[in-house]
Design a protein around this ligand. Structure first.
Ligand SMILES: Nc1ncnc2c1ncn2[C@@H]1O[C@H](COP(=O)(O)OP(=O)(O)OP(=O)(O)O)[C@@H](O)[C@H]1O
Ligand SMILES: [Mg+2]
Length: 319
């Protein structure tokens, strides 16, 4: 459904600032019915990539195919079934009411809004916007505008939906509801969604697969399940009473799999990445040599946030 090949984008120098290479050779493919998260730290190039995918920014090099159509050669055909919601650049009309926006975009899609009243009502209800149906979009709160923008993107029936930080600034319930909706749209309607997010709950909850970019390059493209499996069984947290001795500290510093996470006179916490079980014996040997009392050994939570940080800080991973 989406194929991106060796995308490059450099923003030109301006006002004394040097040029910025925002995207530096990004390639990926996304099949119909996939929900893929595009992740990365601030400034990684996520929004730039999404803007290129929806035709707002022209790449310096590389190719983009949407539903088999070459975006750079056949723009309108490629963008026919694509809708996008970008941060701070919402696809709604400020002077139209909430309901009018939904009607306008269903009509734009060649559907008769009158026959779709129930669908429009469904979206209004789903997004808790029924009470604001007749209020102009510019008078909605920021979160409500965001919800309306997403509703508009979905109601148009587009096969490809691009969402830049869809849950940013939404309340807990709205964020949860949008996640459920996105999952439904993908599993039941077979649409294809690419979203960027910094919210690891969104990733763990909705994305089958993530593409992680850092400094304009892809550092991981993997099923979330595989990343979780790969990292899960290997990290243990050991908490001991008291601080480490100097000998213990230098012995542990020689074991690359060990990170001292926190240390105080009362308690010290280590995390151990288990390449093989001998590492654990080694660590416990070091702790025993200083007569440290072990308070607990826990397998780390299956936490995507940690995996993300390891990937980004490690600058890449064999995963
Ligand atoms: N219009 C622009 N002109 C110049 N530089 C830009 C422009 N837009 C983005 N950049 C730069 O390109 C880089 C990538 O920005 P981009 O917005 O794609 O990052 P991002 O991954 O979406 O980050 P965030 O998580 O903060 O939203 C940054 O260094 C940014 O300053
Ligand atoms: Mg961004």
């Amino acid at each position: 459904m989406i194929k991106v090949d060796s995308l490059v984008k450099t923003y030109p120098a301006s006002k004394g600032n040097p040029p910025v290479k925002a995207v530096d050779g990004v390639s990926f493919e996304i099949a119909k019915g996939e929900l893929v998260g595009l992740l990365g730290p601030n400034g990684a190039g996520k929004t730039s990539t999404v803007k290129m995918l929806c035709g707002l920014v022209r790449p310096d090099a590389g190719r983009i195919y949407l539903n088999g159509q070459d975006l750079l050669a056949k723009r309108s055909m490629a963008l026919a079934g694509v809708s996008a919601v970008l941060e701070g650049n919402r696809n709604i009309y400020w002077r139209l009411t909430t309901r009018e926006n939904l009607e306008f975009f269903t009509a734009l899609n060649g559907q008769d809004p009158k026959t779709l009243v129930s669908q429009i009502d469904h979206y209004l209800q789903f997004f808790n916007l029924s009470g604001k149906a007749n209020v102009e979009a510019r008078q909605l709160s920021r979160g409500m505008q965001q919800k309306l923008a997403i509703a508009v993107a979905l109601i148009s029936g587009s096969q490809v939906v691009l969402l830049d930080e869809p849950t940013l600034g939404l309340d807990v319930q709205a964020s949860y509801e949008i996640r459920q909706l996105l999952k439904t749209v993908v599993t039941e309607e077979g649409r294809t969604i690419v979203l960027t997010t910094h919210d690891m709950n969104v990733v763990q909850d909705t994305c089958e697969r993530v593409v992680i970019i850092n400094e304009g390059r892809i550092i991981a493209d993997e099923l979330v399940k595989n990343l979780l499996d790969l990292f899960r069984v290997r990290v243990y947290r050991i908490v001991i009473q008291g601080a480490l001795t100097d000998e213990q500290r230098s012995a542990l510093a020689n074991i690359p799999a060990v990170i001292i996470e926190s240390e105080s006179p009362e308690q010290t916490s280590l995390s151990v990445r288990l390449e093989d079980s001998s590492v654990l014996y080694e660590v416990i040997g070091v702790l025993g040599s200083g007569n440290s009392l072990i308070e607990s050994i826990d397998q780390e939570q299956n936490n995507f946030e940690r995996i993300f940080l390891e990937l980004v800080e490690g600058g890449g991973h064999s995963a």
